[in-house]
Design a binder for this molecule. Sequence first.
Ligand SMILES: C[S@@+](CC[C@H](N)C(=O)[O-])C[C@H]1O[C@@H](n2cnc3c(N)ncnc32)[C@H](O)[C@@H]1O
Length: 222
Amino acid sequence: MTETEAKEWLTTSLGVSRETMESLDAFVAFLKRESASQNLIAASTIEDIWSRHIVDSAQLLTFMDQSRPETKWLDLGSGAGFPGLIIALLTNFEVTLVESRARRIEYLQRAVGMLDIGGRVTVMGMPLERMKTAPFSVISARAFAPLPKLFELAARFSHNNTLWLLPKGRNAAAEWDDVKTVWDGAFSVKQSITDADAGILVGTLVGKRTGGGNAGAKGQKP
Ligand SMILES: C[S@@+](CC[C@H](N)C(=O)[O-])C[C@H]1O[C@@H](n2cnc3c(N)ncnc32)[C@H](O)[C@@H]1O
């Protein structure tokens, strides 16, 4: 997907407004400036930000019912803001970005301020392990951790209806196959529109199977 195609996909397929495209433009300019002083995204992807990062994040919205009321979205290891900050710009959801590295926390806080979305976007500047347990309706994580670690760390934020959206690259199916003897849930692999070989795990988690330890994801409702 070229940069032009990426922008076209946002307006044509996702129906992104001109005003929101301007906010995305402002964010891209901000990220490029910041990238000169800290390592936020791979240098090789800077010229392809719209396809490699913006659309790669935005496509997650196509795997959910966007009319779900009061969506509370948790993004694990947001880094430069992907996918969580993009989701916040494209929706009116309440979004929580968790990030543990000091410079990235400070960068995310400034990005949220610059984009004027602080009323519904929270930057939790701490390791996920230290975040207070609360239920979320969507959990996303891109390049955060292998699935076993991801579920161990984040299951306590999930309830039976929480939708997990996990861009996982080429091994998405194998990663789920490997953990499903330990974790009970229903996941399918969706093909990424930005990389035909990459898969996105989409589904719900019930909890750890009996005998596999504590059932972190079971039972709670928001
Ligand atoms: C490889 S980067 C991916 C960033 C972003 N999600 C993306 O796809 O561009 C992983 C990010 O997770 C953060 N991270 C790693 N372990 C974490 C933890 N336990 N709690 C919160 N953030 C963490 C790192 O600081 C880093 O910014």
